[in-house]
Structures are given as structure tokens and as C-alpha cells.
Design a protein around this ligand. Structure first.
Ligand code: SF4
Length: 437
């Protein structure tokens, strides 16, 4: 049975997809690039916010049409949408033959093996699944980086976030297993390991004697992996002890610290367990500890109770911290979370307008910071051929995480998957243009 898998959502989902593809390949199922050629279609969904859910449902419906017209015999839906709304999907989408949540990924092999059109596998099982280094994994993208999921779930309980409901409580993988996986990836030619989870700095807290995230980073420094990039660092978990280990760890000079807001009232109402003052100190301490640090953040605007004054506090906060990059999202009320019941909701159009104001303020700061790179020489990882026809290759500096930050467009001859010393000759917004130094 020929299989095609569509992945939606975040890098954590991409890891799950690569694991499922690895397990299916190991079980002898051929994979095809085009959904039209598949006898079994799998879609690994996202349900993070409204828009992601709509995209998931739309994709399922599009693939279901192929099942009606084409050679496809079964449609399987996996991921966050089915973990969270499994029963609804089975009830309301009869074109779906089987579902799997975010746990028990290995069951995908049985599901694909089953005859088409059998509605006998429905699970929204408790989210207990965590893979290990021995799980087969097929790297789906031809790029020199790989996401490594170090933990799953979250205990923080931010009042806007539904993730803990369907990804469950925080669970860490054993330190040695992650080190083995990263070493294995380095052996396969991967040059950059991006450590992901819902709450990366909480790593190890649930495993007595397992060590904390600082220990993990120090241990990963002994692998052959050139670049190690931890992502999603909750500012509330930063301590002097962590900073001391951070200084010694061999990781890229990059900090992804989602602050969500800069007004203390909103932060409290979001239950972020940290103040604006503390977050400023945290960024300053990291900048002090790591020379040449690039700092990225995300903020959420339009949270209930966000007044004009709160917005001004956020803008001042952004100005003071001077992030290199910032992603801004507008609040959407998530079922099962406390915040939809909070008073003073912000109308969607006001939230959208505020998002524009915040992004504009950030772009002014971020572009200026990016301009400082002009005429410097940077180590660049060449990701591969450029999507822009004006350039042959594209890559990234250590300050650019894949898929979310800008790129370095490269002029001249380069080798994909290799590092090169590059002189930055032009800066356009967050994008850089470079030539071999
Ligand atoms: S820390 Fe992140 S994943 Fe956890 S509840 Fe808050 S926003 Fe959600």
C-alpha cells in the first residue's frame, strides 16, 4: 500500500511525521511524493488555534476528494486535531477511516495495514507517547537541520493556551537517549539539532536524577553535532544556576524567549509567572553571558483586558529590550481554557490593528539591528538551493533559526549542507545577502 503523508503545524508535528514515515518505511510500505499516487493518505494535523484547525479540516476534506475520485483507499488523520477532537472527527467526517492522536505513534503501521474504509480504530488515548533514539525516523526535508523533541506536554497552565489539555503533562526523555539521538543525527550528516518541546527549560524536572536542561546542553556539547539550538524558553524558568551552565554550554548564540506581553497586569492574567522587569533582567543576563546573542520572542496581543495603556507598556517593553526578532499573534479564545470567560474582551479588529502597531515598532528596531551585520563575516550553514531565482544558494547564520527567521541569500559557489565563511554585502529588512569571504 503506497502511502503519502501531509504535515501541518509546528516543528514538533514534523518530528512526529518523520517518526511515522520512518516506522512505515521500516515496515515495508512505499512512500510517494504526490497524494494522487497514494493508496493511503495520512494527514498529521494541528489544532493550536482556530486558523490551524480550519486548515486541518480543509486539508482533510481536500484529501477526502482524492479518495472519492482517485486510487486512495483509506484516509487516516493523526495529530493534535484528533487528539483533541477525535470523537467529533469520527462522527462528523465519515470519509475519515481511522484516527490516531499524538500518542502511540507506532500504531500507524497497523492502521496503514488495515483494509480501507474500516472505522474500527479511534483513539484519543492519554498523551503518554515519547519516542526514543531507536525509533526509525525518515527525515522528510532535504535540509541539514533536524528537530529533536526533548520533552512533551506542559505544566504551566497559561490561561490562553489549550496545549496542556491535549499534549498532557510535561514529560522528559532520558538525557542519554537524547544525546544518542543527536549523535546519530550528526552521524547522518545533520549539522544542526533544534531542540523543541512545549516547555524546553522545564526539561528534566519530572525525572529525578536525570539532570536539568543545563546538564542536557552540556552533555550535547560533547557530541559531534556542530550547531545545537534550544527553542521555546519560558522566561519564568531562568535562574542563576541555569545561566552558569548556559555560559559553559556549546550552543548557538541564540535565545528564543517567548515573552507574550510586556504589561504586568496582562502577564498576571495570562498566568505567565513572571514580570516585565524580570524578563528585562533575564534578557540582559543572557546578553551578558553570551557574546553576540540574537534574541527572538513572540507576543500575544488582544488578550481580554488589554487596554490602550497596557499596549503602551508592551511597546515600551519592546523598545527597552530591543529584540532582534519578534513574532506577533492575536489572541483567539480557546475552548477549555480560562481566558474566554475573562471580562473586557478586545474586538478582533482592534487586536489586528494592535498587532500591526507592534510589528511596525519591532521592524524598526529589528531592521536596525540587522543592518549592523553589514560588512561583517559570518559562519553560514548552507541549507540548499535558493527558492529565490536570483540566487543559487541560501543559508543561515547562527542567529537565524530555520523557517521563522530570515535567510542569507548567497552569491557564488557553495556546497549544500556545509558551513561557509560569508561576508554580508547587503541587508534588506531581516534578509541578508552574502558572498564567500
Ligand atoms: S508555557 Fe507554552 S505550552 Fe505551556 S501553557 Fe504556556 S503557552 Fe501553553
Amino acid at each position: 500500500m503506497k502511502v503519502h503523508l501531509t504535515t501541518l503545524g509546528c516543528p514538533k508535528n514534523q518530528v512526529d511525521s518523520e517518526l511515522m514515515l520512518g516506522m512505515l518505511t521500516a515496515a515495508g510500505f512505499p512512500l510517494v511524493d504526490r497524494p494522487e499516487d497514494a493508496e493511503c493518505l495520512i494527514v498529521n494535523t494541528c489544532a493550536f488555534i482556530d486558523r490551524a484547525r480550519e486548515e486541518s479540516v480543509q486539508t482533510i476534506l481536500e484529501l477526502a476528494q482524492l479518495k472519492e475520485r482517485g486510487r486512495c483507499r483509506s484516509l487516516i488523520v493523526t495529530g493534535c486535531l484528533t487528539q483533541r477532537y477525535g470523537n467529533e472527527v469520527m462522527k462528523e467526517m465519515p470519509e475519515v477511516d481511522a484516527i490516531l492522536g499524538t500518542s502511540g505513534l507506532e500504531r500507524i503501521v497497523d492502521l496503514v495495514g488495515q483494509a480501507a474504509n474500516r472505522l474500527d480504530w479511534a483513539t484519543s488515548a492519554p498523551p503518554g507517547y515519547l519516542y526514543d533514539a531507536a525509533t526509525p525516523r525518515l527525515m522528510s526535508a532535504r535540509v541539514p537541520y533536524a528537530y529533536v523533541k526533548i520533552a512533551e506536554g506542559c505544566d504551566m497552565g497559561c490561561t490562553f493556551c489549550a496545549i496542556p489539555q491535549f499534549r498532557g503533562r510535561h514529560r522528559s526523555r532520558p538525557l542519554r537517549d537524547i544525546v544518542a539521538e543527536v549523535e546519530g543525527l550528526a552521524g547522518r550528516g545533520i549539522q544542526e539539532a533544534i531542540l523543541v518541546s512545549q516547555d524546553t527549560l522545564a526539561y528534566g524536572r519530572d525525572l529525578p536524577g536525570n539532570g536539568d536542561i543545563g546538564d542536557l546542553l552540556l552533555a550535547l556539547g560533547d557530541t559531534r553535532m556542530p550547531w545545537i539550538r534550544p527553542m521555546y524558553l519560558h522566561p519564568a524558568h531562568v535562574s542563576d544556576r541555569l545561566l552558569a551552565k548556559w555560559r559553559r554550554a556549546r550552543i548557538v548564540p541564540y535565545l528564543d524567549l517567548p515573552v507574550q506581553h510586556g504589561d504586568d497586569g496582562i502577564l498576571k492574567s495570562m498566568r505567565r509567572a513572571v514580570t516585565a522587569r524580570r524578563m528585562k533582567d533575564v534578557v540582559a543576563a543572557f546578553r551578558d553571558a553570551v557574546p553576540g546573542l540574537t534574541v527572538r520572542t513572540t507576543v500575544l496581543v488582544g488578550f481580554p483586558g488589554e487596554t490602550e495603556a497596557a499596549l503602551q507598556n508592551l511597546l515600551e517593553f519592546i523598545e527597552d529590550v530591543a529584540f532582534d526578532r519578534l513574532g506577533v499573534f492575536t489572541y483567539s479564545p480557546e475552548e477549555g481554557t480560562p481566558s474566554p470567560d475573562f471580562s473586557d474582551p478586545v474586538p478582533a479588529e482592534v487586536a489586528a490593528e494592535r498587532a500591526g502597531i507592534v510589528q511596525e515598532a519591532q521592524d524598526r528596531i529589528g531592521w536596525e539591528r540587522a543592518r549592523a551585520l553589514l560588512d561583517t563575516v559570518q559562519e553560514v550553514l548552507v541549507d540548499g538551493p535558493s527558492a529565490d531565482p536570483a540566487f543559487e544558494w541560501e543559508g543561515r547564520t547562527a542567529g537565524q533559526a530555520p523557517e521563522i527567521d530570515g535567510l542569507v541569500y548567497l552569491r557564488g559557489r557553495f556546497e549544500p549542507g556545509r558551513f561557509a565563511r560569508v561576508r554580508i554585502v547587503e541587508v534588506e529588512g531581516y534578509e541578508l545577502i552574502g558572498e564567500r569571504a
